[in-house]
Design a protein around this ligand. Structure first.
Ligand code: ATP
Length: 208
């Protein structure tokens, strides 16, 4: 079955809401997942497709001894300078899109799910996908899960949540919602239901 067809899902949600967990459940059922964050990270790792352009634009000090982008240095610089941030994004964003499209065209699952943490904030992604699936969960659970996973303090996680789009904004653009406020086992029925729907819609979009 080809996944590269016209139909695709954009999966999004706040930090620690459960996107990766839920993407894994869809993958088990036959969807192909394109992880946009993993693709973005790969671009700035040693040998990554953005490294030469970053060196040319920002100088050799933008690249560390391992050949990766010097993340800390660039983070500080783009934090202080909007123009610099735009220049870095000007290199990264087209490459992210290109590699995501390549991954989607190589997909062999029933349909493609793009996992995009900042989908609601990014017009390109909102237009690119056929349907938006939002993983929603109470802030209290996001806090608990991210603190357990990363060792970050409550204040650090709260600051990240505050900088992201709000739950209400995310829900306002959702075609489908999975509420991830129980245990992982309790997600199966909802994932089954949506997977069946997505298979039907993908087949219809491909004219089958
Ligand atoms: P991020 O935005 O930070 O990448 P995410 O939205 O992809 O996060 P996950 O990585 O899937 O979220 O989940 C965050 C943490 O919470 C993980 O450690 C995961 O195992 C755990 N988790 C997710 N859903 C549940 C659940 N229903 N019950 C218990 N733990 C969960």
């Amino acid at each position: 079955m080809a996944a590269a067809g016209a139909f695709s899902i954009g999966l999004t949600g706040g930090i620690g809401s459960g996107k990766t967990t839920i993407a894994g459940l869809f993958a088990q059922r036959g969807a192909t997942i394109v992880d946009t964050d993993a693709i973005a990270r790969g671009l700035t790792q040693p040998g990554g497709a953005a490294i030469d352009a970053i060196r040319a634009e920002f100088g050799p000090e933008a690249i560390d001894a391992s050949g990766a982008m010097n993340r800390e240095r660039m983070r500080e610089q783009v934090f202080a300078d909007q123009l610099l941030k735009k220049r870095l994004e000007g290199i990264l964003h087209p490459l992210i899109r290109l590699q995501c499209e390549r991954a989607a065209s190589a997909a062999t699952g029933d349909y493609v799910i793009f996992d995009v943490p900042l989908l609601v904030e990014t017009p390109h992604w909102r237009e690119r996908v056929t349907r938006i699936l939002v993983v929603d969960c109470p802030e209290e659970l996001q806090l608990r899960r991210v603190m357990a996973r990363s060792g970050m303090s409550e204040a650090q996680v709260k600051a990240i949540i505050a900088a992201q789009t709000t739950r209400a904004q995310r829900l306002s653009v959702a075609d489908d919602v999975i509420v991830n406020d129980g245990d992982v086992a309790s997600l199966a029925a909802e994932v089954d239901r949506l997977h069946a729907l997505y298979c039907r819609l993908a087949a219809a979009a491909d004219g089958k």
